[in-house]
Structure formats: C-alpha cells, structure tokens
Ligand binder design. Structure first.
Ligand code: TXA
Ligand code: MG
Length: 337
C-alpha cells in the first residue's frame, strides 16, 4: 500500500479516507494515533493488522464534542460529565458503559468503551469533517514506543496505512490518562497528561490500579488489557536506576563501557563518560514526558545495548513517565539508595 503524507491543508482528503473505510494516522496532543471509522468493523480490524496488535486489546474512540458521548455510552455517570467539563478537550480517556452501536472489534468484547476528546486542532477537525467517530490506538508497531514525531510514524507505519497527517511534534508526548468510571470508585488505569491531583481536585478520591506502578503477577487479570503487554520497549535493555545524582553517575561510569548508554537528566550529562540521552532538566517533568519516547527510539538508533535510566519523580506527570519507563525496562530496577 502506498502511504500518502498529508499536510494540515489536506485534512479534507484525510477525512474522505476515513469515511471510505481507510486508515489515517493523525497527530494528537499526546501521541500520534492510528485512526479509522469507529463504526466500520472492517476498518477497525485493519487497525489491529497494521499495528500487529492483539485483538483482545480494546481501542479508544475519539470524539469531536462532549455531546458525542451520548452516541457511544449507554449511561453517563455524573462524575464523567464533571471530568469532561474540566479536562476535555485534552489528554484524558474515560472508560464507560458502552452503547450497543459500538462494535465488539473496538471494545475487544468488553461491555465498556474508552472515550477521549483530543485537543489537537488537526485531530478535532478530522473527526468533525469525517462525520463519524475515530477509533485510534497509538500509531506505533505493537510493543514499540509510541510515536511523538512524524519521523517515528513514518518509520513504523509507511506502507501499512493510507495516509499520515503531519502535525509536527506532540505537545504532551505520553498517551492520555485512562480512568475507569464503571465501578463505585473511579479507578486510574493508566497515568498520563492529566494528573491524579488534578482529577481528585474535581471528583474527589480515586483508586490507583496496582498495575500503574507494579508488574502484574502471573495469571492476574489486567483492568486495562494494554497493561499486560510488554510496552513502550526499545530493542535495547533498559534498567531503571534509583538513587541520588552522585550514586547514579558513579554507578554508570563504573560499568564496562561496551554498548552502555545513559538515559539521564540534563544536569547529569557532562559528568557521564558514556553516550547519554537526556530526558530534560531534572525538575521539568513536562519536558521528561515530552522527550521520553523520542529518547527510547534514539537509544536504539545509536545501537545502545544496555541503557541505565534515571528514575523520575513520581508526583504530577512524573507518575506517567515512571509508568512508561518501568515498562520499557520490563520492570528491571536497580536500587542504589
Ligand atoms: O493518548 C492516547 O490515549 C493515544 C492517542 C492516540 O489518543 N491513544 C492510545 O491508545 O494510547 P492505545 O490503544 O495505545 O492505548 C489505549 C489503552 C490500552 O492500554 C487499552 O487496553 C486501554 O486503553 N483501553 C481501551 N479500552 C478500554 C476499556 N474498555 N477498558 C479498559 N481499558 C481500555
Ligand atoms: Mg499504545
């Protein structure tokens, strides 16, 4: 298949492709998404094929207005409306009871559907022009880091989709926060751009799914099917190192140098004597979120075999950075402190 790269001026062409059952990669404020008409079963099945994604991992439906919720959700809890008004359009996905019209292919047979109203103007316009709702996972090959730049998308999806809409770099850089509103207490399934504190400030206490920070035990069922797969992983082995600035530098510099790299903060860079890839300033969590997936891809391009990564702070959006990094590391952590 020939993949067209379209500019913002060509959104109408992209909308026509969606309408006729094709696949279009669209930029969003979080990461690029691999989109298709959410009500076209064949088109949705083609998303799974293009990504090499297991069919039991459900997709997020992207809407272009809060009122679209009614089209795909059978019962909208009050807290969902409060969250929608506070954080949409934006990097928040809500898991809600699904309406019958949502194909099983989208929800992977679950009786819930994940919904997000993205704030990127290209995504928003594409949804509105296509006259439908767009099911889209992140536009990476299954298991790889999510794409945050056009180049990442082209590397993974050229020849597998009808078109790619160029939107430059994604602002947030990590996928949306996923929260389930189907139980008695709202439950965070995946941390992202909207933080736990921000959510609790509008709907009160929420629960954190244990899979946010810990590995699922053998046989344990994932509340969010995506959590059970090895994720966001570069080819390189990644080890998360917990400890002070000095402990980290000393530890990395004392390793046998062959094939070693460091995923560090800006402040560490000049003290390291191995190739380094910086996530950004130590105290700038937004920068770390924005850069993480690019850094993971660069580590592979540089042919690094083993990368030692600084452990980010776990507050604010740092929880999302940690959640992705720990999965990229296959939960391998070295504690120096
Ligand atoms: O920021 C994002 O969310 C991006 C952009 C493109 O919108 N999308 C994205 O989609 O990250 P994906 O498919 O890579 O991740 C969606 C996650 C998966 O872990 C999936 O298992 C979970 O959401 N999910 C989807 N539907 C669900 C449902 N009904 N119940 C529980 N988890 C669900
Ligand atoms: Mg993904």
């Amino acid at each position: 298949m020939e993949t067209k790269i379209l500019s913002q001026e060509q959104i109408a062409d992209a909308a026509r492709i969606i309408k006729s059952g094709g696949l279009v990669v669209m930029p969003t404020e979080t990461v690029y998404g691999l989109g298709a008409d959410a009500f076209n079963k064949q088109a949705v099945a083609n998303i799974f094929k293009a990504k090499g994604r297991p069919m039991d991992n459900p997709l997020i439906v992207h809407i272009g207005a809060i009122k679209d919720l009614k089209r795909i959700v059978s019962d909208i809890p009050e807290k969902a409306l409060i969250l929608a008004r506070a954080f949409w359009p934006g990097p928040l996905t809500m898991v809600l009871p699904k309406a019958q019209c949502v194909p099983d292919e989208v929800s992977a047979g679950l009786d819930t559907v994940a919904v997000r109203y993205p704030s990127h103007p290209i995504a928003e316009t594409l949804i509105l022009l296509s006259g439908t709702l767009i099911a889209a996972p992140s536009a990476n090959l299954s298991g790889s880091p999510s794409p945050t730049e056009l180049k990442h998308v082209v590397d993974d999806m050229n020849g597998r989709v009808d078109a790619i809409l160029d939107g430059g770099s994604c602002e947030v850089g990590l996928e949306s926060t996923v929260i389930s509103l189907v139980g008695d207490v709202p439950r965070l399934l995946r941390p992202g751009g909207v933080t736990v504190d921000e959510i609790e400030s509008v709907i009160g206490k929420i629960e954190l799914d244990p899979a946010v920070t810990e590995k699922l035990r053998e046989g344990e069922k994932a509340a969010s099917p995506g959590m059970k797969y090895k994720h966001y992983a570069p080819q390189a082995r990644v080890v998360v190192v917990k400890g002070s600035d000095e402990q980290y530098i000393r530890y990395v510099n004392s390793q046998d140098k062959k094939g070693i790299g460091a995923i560090c903060f800006d402040e560490d860079a000049e003290k390291l004597n191995v190739p380094f890839f910086s996530l950004g300033p130590k105290d700038d969590q937004a920068a770390q979120a924005k850069n993480l997936f690019s850094v993971l891809r660069s580590v592979d391009e540089a042919g690094i075999a083993l990368a030692y990564a600084r452990c980010p702070r776990l507050d604010g959006v740092g929880l999302a950075v940690y959640n992705r990094l720990i999965r990229a590391a296959g939960f391998e952590v070295t504690c120096l402190a």
